[in-house]
Every structure is written in structure tokens, then in C-alpha cells.
Ligand binder design. Sequence first.
Ligand code: ZN
Ligand code: ZN
Length: 119
Amino acid sequence: MNTRYQPRRGDRNRSTTFACKKCKRPVERSAFGTQHRNHCPHCLWSTHVDDRVGDRRSACGGLMEPIAVWARPDDEWALVHRCQSCGQLRTNRIAGDDADWALLALAARPLAQPPFPLA
Ligand SMILES: [Zn+2]
Ligand SMILES: [Zn+2]
């Protein structure tokens, strides 16, 4: 075992990892491309903990489902999350170590199941 997932003693609120509420895998808080990681790089699910990005002030705590990938005008990808508890929509930048296949599967979902017949 490596020591990367050990929280720092006496530093609970700033521990370097948290467990994903969806897939239960350990998630590192800081990652390439973001200081405020708020979604799991394995399954892309998030938790509704912020009123504003990074403030950790929301009382909701609901699981947030990744429902879409949004290609921003600067070619960066963002995830659209919807809270299963309160329905709030939130966009989040993807992180450098998000699972490629999970992002592609999410992006391809509407293409695989178009709501109209293809000619
Ligand atoms: Zn996860
Ligand atoms: Zn919520």
C-alpha cells in the first residue's frame, strides 16, 4: 500500500481524500486542472456540498448525477451535474484524471439513443 490516501492527522476538514458516495472509491481532493475537485474521477458522480463553487456551504448533501458533457467555447469540457435530492443543475470543469471512458460514455449517451428515428 502507498500512503497517498492517508488523511493528515488533526486536519480533518482538509484531508486530502474523501470517499465517493456513489462508487465508494477514494478520491483525491486536489487534481491536475482543479483546486476544488467536487466529483469522482472514476464514476463522475458528485455530491451537493457547495452553494458556490468550493464554499462547502450547502446543506443539501444529495448525490449529483452526471447527466451531460458540455464542450465550452474554449474547447474545454465541463460536466453537467443534477442533484438527485433538490434537482439543482451545476456545471463543473473536468479534472485531468477523470476517467476518459466515463466521459466519452456520457458524451455518447444521447448519440446512442436518439429520441427520433435516423433517416
Ligand atoms: Zn465514484
Ligand atoms: Zn441538492
